[in-house]
Ligand binder design. Structure first.
Ligand code: PLP
Length: 217
């Protein structure tokens, strides 16, 4: 069986990043992917990141993909290179302040809920313009794009429709607010990444498929 990680990398267009979602995985499992050349990893829990990151190489680019509580920002800031789940201005204000304290900037993706499932976090599309306008005031945040989840359905057309809408929103925001760093349309997980690639994803977030397929490491 071919190595799945390498196969998926080959399917990605050049501008598409493969983020390895390493939540619930051990330091050894992460190191195995690092040794194959992977540098972009995603975690969604603060405690887990704080426990694992110090044991792993420092050139890993940790993307935080979970809901981030404001009182945890200071603790994660030294480790993360991007926050993919920015979903409130209150959080933006604190992240900006903590980045300033460390004299650094932080890349952020704004999370949108386009699947309109009530269990999901993220902004509504209608809130986008005001949100990006307000983000301008935070000098230490670099808006790099958006993150979107597909709906939890089997209907591929319904998933494609949400990803299509996400890519259109990304283009709109890029035209109006995006600088040179606005390049990330993060969509696609283990069960729907081929659809996301077809709809123009530039960051796949893959966990299960990479760690539960024994051929991949
Ligand atoms: C867990 C998670 C993923 C990866 O999901 P898999 O189905 O394991 O590929 C992607 N994005 C977010 C935000 C996640 O929490």
């Amino acid at each position: 069986m071919p190595n799945l990680y390498k196969t998926i990398l080959q399917q990605c267009p050049e501008q598409c990043e493969l983020l390895i979602v390493s939540k619930h995985r051990s330091v050894e499992q992460i190191q195995a992917y690092y040794d194959q050349g992977a540098r972009n990893f995603g975690e969604n829990r603060v405690q887990e990141l704080l426990q694992k990151a110090p044991q792993l190489p420092q050139d890993i680019r940790w993307n935080f993909i979970g809901h981030l509580q404001r009182n945890k920002v200071r603790a994660v800031m030294p480790y993360i290179s991007r926050l993919c789940s920015l979903d409130s201005l209150a959080l933006a204000a604190i992240v900006d302040k903590e980045a300033a304290r460390l004299n650094r900037t932080l890349g952020v993706l704004v999370e949108f809920n386009l699947a309109e499932e009530s269990s999901k976090t993220g902004l509504a599309k209608q809130e986008a313009a005001a949100f990006f306008q307000a983000l301008q005031q935070y000098e230490h945040l670099i808006p790099e794009g958006i993150m979107v989840m597909g709906p939890h359905v089997d209907d591929e057309a319904a998933i494609a429709a949400v990803f299509h809408e996400a890519r259109a929103l990304f283009e709109e925001l890029k035209a109006q607010w995006g600088g040179e760093h606005f390049t990330v349309c993060s969509m696609g997980m283990s069960h729907d990444y081929p659809i996301a690639l077809r709809e123009g994803s530039t960051q796949l977030r893959l966990g299960t498929i990479l760690f539960e397929d024994p051929s991949s490491i």
